[in-house]
Unconditional design. Sequence first.
Length: 141
Amino acid sequence: MPNLTSLVLPDRADLVTNSAPGAEAGTPHEFKPYGVANGVATFIESTGVPLGDKRLTVSQSRNSNGRRKVTIKFAVPVTGTTVVDGVSRPVVLRTNYADLVFNFDEASTKEERTTVKAFIAQMCIKGPLKDAIILDLEGFW
């Protein structure tokens, strides 16, 4: 079981750097441990204003069929400022979410789980899901 330590994740520009020589590097994002409650580990990238913090949660459970379920969720708020009676305060304008769920059979091997993880990673950085579906919000035809 890994320690609850900071996770430094590259933004999309860093992913491009790793796959395209000469591409511009982006900013790493540090998600610091916030705690564990009810089996859910929470990590926060602080903005200095809690309502604008990016949140990553990771949990693992076992369902009634004996499958191992690993759930990873991101919540990335976009904030702005509102002024009421001359007082400025931050507000959440919208929040972007990503949920990733892995379900592994109790008899699955580490190699099988590694393959599934690699499929997901590659799917997000290559092919139509990379930009057309996820970024440009296009549909398949």
